[in-house]
Ligand binder design. Structure first.
Ligand code: NAD
Length: 478
């Protein structure tokens, strides 16, 4: 097996090739602040080559296969990912600080499961052509085709799952892919290259070219690209959406969030506390759907603030590779500084109840932090912090809670805590968001995930996540 930490080449056209311009980036271990790897970075000439390889594969063997043949390869690709899962999980923990107990699930197991799911959906696509009778006689044959070459641009926080949520449906639909991962998590992206190579995906079906923002922008705008699938910040999403609009190029945008945890007056606070880490602070808070705005009824306000504070104060902060760790470091020194600047702001926008600093240790750690008495108009209640920081906001009655919940630019996740599931569901229905949980929050492979408002356009996962990679032609027959 290749050295997972040294990647001097790009993976394109089925081969490992050095970049045209010799460029590389150091990969820094979030838990230590030390360089632990190096990765080749793509420039514009490499993007050109990767897109050309993807176009050639589409016109060549991949495009000529039946959906069942392609699905068999996608299924084998899933098995390759699964066999590498343990190493991949550890690699990501070193790159972005994700606690290994969590990384084992989302980077180790989920990518293979998602890929296997889409292999099954894709296998029957050729048989899924449907004939629709016409009211005026004759019928219409609805033919589905792959949309073409997909540019997949991904962030560092859930690097494997977010890449696979694009690659797996794209390949199952018969598309080819150019993946542009960010430098912070470029090492784990090449596990996808290894798996593609091992399984014998035809050359150019999956191309992996790590790079910066410029390479991403060049790829998104490339004339050889047919569809863009992006996950990242709302700012970058707006820029990409503008390009896609000008080019009339289909685009999926999974963007930022600032989701609520609405604690109803009948909530079971033991359950709420037990699940707080996974729902409101997963991955050290570096999670787009984290429920970071906690809305507490005035009738139980002190009780809720105490539950949040005690629970967060008890989180075990430590080495992300230690199975007992609940909160690891954030991804980079720049991200730590950004989070700490919000913590400083929070001192004037709320009442600090726990945390509020950076532990004295190497690596990019931020203490898990809670601010109570935060008005929903405060910046720490409105802006995505993307670190281990929660805010608690009081509400008088449920109408006010719903108004506060929906008073946000974002709409990605959310959760309602109520001992009565029907009550919880009734509240969940009133939150304007792409996904919301009742007494838990967990993405499901077969249910669409995505945002409303500034959280994005389109959906991933489920059959809805396959649809953007297919286009239809209606053939009217007399
Ligand atoms: P980012 O937007 O800075 O970068 C994401 C990717 O886009 C990187 O590969 C980057 O190189 C590239 N990029 C940046 N600007 C670009 C441009 N103009 N054109 C083309 N490519 C460009 O985001 P990040 O800091 O890496 O990730 C964190 C953000 O991602 C957070 O806002 C988070 O909420 C969001 N996110 C959303 C979801 C979701 O499903 N909605 C999931 C995870 C993360």
């Amino acid at each position: 097996m290749s050295d997972l930490t040294q990647r001097p080449d790009l993976f394109l056209g089925g081969a490992w090739v050095p970049p045209h311009e010799p460029q590389s980036a150091d990969v820094v271990e979030a838990g230590t602040g030390e360089v632990f790897g190096s990765v080749a970075m793509a420039g514009t000439g490499d993007v050109d080559d990767a897109v050309a390889a993807a176009r050639a594969a589409l016109a060549g063997p991949w495009g000529a296969m039946s959906s069942a043949e392609r699905a068999a390869l996608v299924g084998a690709f899933a098995a390759e990912l699964k066999s590498r899962g343990r190493d991949t999980a550890a690699l990501v923990s070193r790159e972005n600080g994700m606690p290994i107990s969590f990384s084992g699930i989302v980077n180790g197991l989920a990518p293979a499961a998602i890929t296997g799911y889409y292999a099954k959906l894709g296998a029957v696509l050729d048989d899924a052509e449907d004939v629709r009778p016409s009211p005026t006689g004759g019928d219409t044959l609805v033919v589905r085709r792959p949309v073409g070459v997909v540019a997949a641009v991904t962030p560092w926080n859930y690097p494997q799952a977010l890449a696979i949520m694009k690659i797996a449906p794209a390949l199952a639909a018969g598309c080819t892919v150019v993946l542009k991962p960010p430098p912070e998590t470029a090492l784990d992206a090449h596990v996808l290259s290894d798996a593609a190579e091992a399984v014998g995906l035809p050359a150019g079906v999956l191309n992996v070219i790590p790079g910066g923002r410029e390479a991403g922008a060049y790829l998104v705008e490339h004339p050889g690209v047919d569809k863009v699938a992006f996950t990242g910040s709302t700012g970058a999403g707006r820029a990409i959406g503008e390009v896609a609009g000008r080019l009339l190029r289909p685009v999926t945008l999974e963007l930022g969030g600032k989701s609520v945890a609405l604690v109803a007056d009948d909530a079971d606070l033991d359950l709420f506390s037990a699940k707080l880490l996974g729902v409101s602070m997963p991955n050290n808070g570096q999670t787009c759907h984290a429920a970071t705005r906690i809305l507490a009824p005035r009738s139980r306000y002190d009780e809720v603030v105490a539950a949040v504070t005690d629970t967060v104060a008890g989180f075990r902060v430590g080495d992300p590779l230690d199975k007992a760790t609940q909160i690891g470091p954030v991804v980079s020194s720049a991200q730590r500084d950004r989070v700490l600047s919000y913590v400083e702001l929070g001192r004037s926008e709320g009442r600090l109840t726990t945390g509020g600093g950076a532990p004295d240790r190497p690596g990019w750690f931020v203490e898990p932090t809670v601010f109570a008495d935060v008005d929903n108009s405060a910046r720490i209640a409105q802006e995505e912090i993307f670190g281990p920081v929660l805010v608690v906001t009081p509400y008088a009655d449920e109408d006010e809670a719903i108004a506060i919940a929906n008073d946000s630019d974002f709409g990605l996740g959310g959760v309602v805590w109520s001992a009565d599931p029907d009550h919880g569901l009734a509240l969940a229905r009133r939150i304007h968001t792409g996904s919301v949980g009742v007494n838990h929050y967990e993405l499901h492979i077969n249910a669409p995930f995505g945002g409303v408002k500034a959280s994005g356009l389109g959906r991933e996962l489920g059959p809805e996540g396959l649809a953007p990679y297919l286009e239809t032609t209606s053939i009217y027959r007399a």
